[in-house]
Each structure stands twice: as C-alpha cells, then as structure tokens.
Design a binder for this molecule. Structure first.
Ligand SMILES: *Cc1c(COP(=O)(O)O)cnc(C)c1O
Length: 386
C-alpha cells in the first residue's frame, strides 16, 4: 500500500500503460452501442440496481467510464470501498437523504452546517423530518425511525469541531454522515473512525481551481449501491468533463492544502492581534469548540477561518469591497484566497435564531486562504481593515 501522495498522483491511472495514454481518456458519450440484447439487459439491471459497472454502460445516466475512473481514484485516496460522484455537493447530500428515506423518516442534525445543507434538511423536502440537536444529545434523541445522523466538522462558518468518534458511539446502529469538506481528505479521515458516509463538496478542495462543481460520497459498497440507484433515477450525475477536471486536481491536493494552511496560520495569528478584529475563529488558535481534537481527529488546523470585526456589518462590507488580491466571493478551497460574509451570503437562509446561536453575526467574515504569497495576502487584508 502506497502513501497518500503517491496514491494521489497515480490512482485512477493504473491502466495507462495498457491503454498507451498519459492522460485519462475523456468519454463524452451519452449512449453506447448494444451488440447483444441479453447482455445489455443484464447490464441495465446491474446498473439501475446500484452496481459500479457492467459489461455495457447502456446510457450515461447509468454509467460513464471517465466518472467511474475518478470515483475509483477518490475511493483509493480515501481508503473506502467506494466513491459515488454527483453533480454537486448538494446533489450528493440529497442522494444520501433519499437513500435513507427507504428506512424511516427521522434524521438528527448537529448545527452549524453549510447554509444550503441546513436549508435542505430544515425544509424536509427530501421527506425526512430533521431534528436539530446538540452533539451531546444524540443518544437520547435517537428514535426507532431515525435513519441518519448528520454532522459537519469543521463546521461552516464557525470552524467548530465535532467529535466524530463520540457521535458515532452515540448514534449506535444509525449511520453517521460526516461532511468533511473543510478538512479535506488530507487533514481528516472520518471513514477510518467509523463514519458510514463521508461527504465532500468536491467543488472546493478536491477540484481546487474554481472550475468544477461536484460532490462525492465515500462509503462501503453496501451503502454505495443505493446511492447509485438514486443517482440513476434522479439524474444528479457528474458530467465526465467535470470528473476529468476533478481527477486532475487530486495529485496537487495535499500540496495545495499544506501551502494554504501555512499561510492561514500566519494570517490567523496576525488577525488576532489586529485592533479592528474582535475574535478569530481558527482551530489553530484554540478559539473554536473542541479545539483539543486538533492533533488527533484532525491533523492540521486547515485553511479556513472566520473573524469578527468590531465595526459590524459596515466594516465587513468595507473589507469585502476593498480587498484587491483576495477575491470577494463565496465558495472555498480554491488556489486563490476567497473572502465572504456568511450572514449576508452563504447563511442567508438559516433561521435567524440558529444563526445567532452559532455566532454568525453581521460583523463576521470567512476567509478561505489560498496559495498566494502570505505577505501579499496580509498587506491586502491590512489595507482593507484600514
Ligand atoms: C459547498 C459546500 C457544500 C455544497 O456543495 P456544492 O458543491 O456547492 O453543492 C456542502 N457542504 C459544505 C461544507 C460546503 O462547503
């Protein structure tokens, strides 16, 4: 078994010698010629039934070799049986909820979460009743019809950490989904701790260059099958060109995360000492919930932080408007530094009381640090802070 960085470079490329290629083949077919009707029928049954591949792909909503190649590469990197790729992180979460819906009607959710995940769950539009609870209350709030526990760690945007092992123990037989987007596969391995589903918005670090929308769920083969069935039926599939770009991002994932993390540590420290800043939320400063999990559950403090400005909304708006090197934009995990206002943007749809409880104030900005030179980033931030 090779180490992470070797797998990142070579996974999904094992057959290149045999194919005599040095870049992954990109198959844009929407349909596939059928040589034998019986073989095709059996393939159709296998794919709609959730199998990863079959003798004939039949139709691109059922299977695509380029997407499957990227899925295999990500599964290898994550050390899970399977990876199922979707059109976006939200399509991935939707598929898990729909797959679990077959088993009951109740889901336990720990806030805070990515704003749209919160919205999807709170709305009940996938047919599951979401109950928002503290991580400590999972064992007592579990019901006979609870089919899923959803957590996100580090959480968006407060960077609070949730103890994955404790949650899994409290969930008992109920599968736990960990949204590990912020941690990336480099800094955290929830599947190794027993998480049933590990979700990444691959739009973020896995793609890494701001040009792919994608989502992945890593899990065992038993849980992957129903996700593929949902994907084939609902059509939330990843386009092969997006899968190609996602695959291309994997070899540099660790390098990008480590470079951005080194920058983030410097910026967090300097922001904490700046007079315009009330508080910096960053695992590396120990200023988030369960910061003691740094070094065990999570092997580095990461590339994201949030900071609260003493000047409230007006000061936050001014920083967003005056940064020149950083990009004032939502999303995260890109090679460039992104700065955004959770209360006014990503967390707009979250219930105001829940926002207040999570510390998402009008003066809070979230920074996703990129791989630029840190001195240029600090100079930019310092001039914007005034
Ligand atoms: C962006 C994000 C999502 C949603 O992913 P999309 O690819 O935008 O659909 C889910 N969870 C987290 C933590 C995210 O950052």
């Amino acid at each position: 078994m090779h180490r992470f960085q070797t797998i990142a470079v070579h996974a999904g490329r094992e057959d290149f010698g045999e194919l005599c290629v040095h870049a992954p083949p990109l198959d844009l077919s929407t349909t596939y010629p059928i040589a034998d009707l019986d073989v095709a029928g059996a393939s159709f049954d296998a794919l709609i039934g959730g199998k990863h591949d079959a003798a004939n792909p039949i139709y691109a909503r059922l299977h695509n070799p380029t997407v499957a190649r990227t899925e295999n590469a990500i599964a290898k990197l994550k050390g899970t049986d399977a990876c199922v790729a979707f059109a976006s992180g939200m399509a991935a979460l939707t598929a898990v909820l729909l797959a679990r819906r077959a088993h009951g009607g109740h889901v336990l959710v720990v806030r805070p979460l990515y704003g749209t995940s919160d919205h999807l769950l709170a709305s009940g539009m996938c047919g599951l009743e979401a109950e928002f609870v503290a991580a400590e209350d999972i064992a007592t709030k579990r019901r006979a019809d609870t089919v899923l526990v959803v957590i996100e760690t580090p959480a968006n945007p407060t960077l609070d950490l949730v103890d994955i092992k404790t949650v899994i123990a409290a969930a008992g037989e109920v599968p736990v989904l960990v949204d590990s987007t912020f941690a990336t596969p480099v800094l955290q391995t929830p599947a190794a701790l027993g998480a049933t589903y590990v979700l990444h918005s691959a739009t973020k670090f896995l793609g890494g260059h701001g040009d792919v929308i994608a989502g992945v769920v890593c899990c065992d083969e038993t849980h992957a099958g129903p996700l593929r069935t949902v994907r084939a039926a609902t059509g939330g599939l990843l386009h092969p060109l997006a899968a190609y770009l996602l695959h291309r991002g994997l070899p540099t994932l660790k390098l990008r995360v480590e470079a951005a993390q080194a920058n983030a540590q410097v910026l967090a420290q300097r922001l904490a000492g700046h007079p315009a800043v009330n508080k910096v939320f960053y695992p590396g400063l120990g200023t988030v919930r369960n910061a003691q999990l740094l070094g065990t559950q999570m092997c580095g403090p990461g590339t994201l932080m949030a900071f609260e400005l003493a000047g409230g909304h007006a000061a936050a708006a001014k920083v967003m408007a005056t940064v020149k090197v950083m990009t004032p934009a939502v999303s995260l995990g890109s090679i460039d530094t992104l700065i955004q206002h959770p209360s006014g943007l990503t967390h707009r749809m979250v219930d105001p009381a829940a926002k207040a409880a999570a510390g998402i104030t009008d003066g809070l900005l979230r920074l996703s640090v990129g791989i630029e030179d840190v001195e240029d980033l600090w100079a930019d931030l310092a001039q914007a802070l005034g």
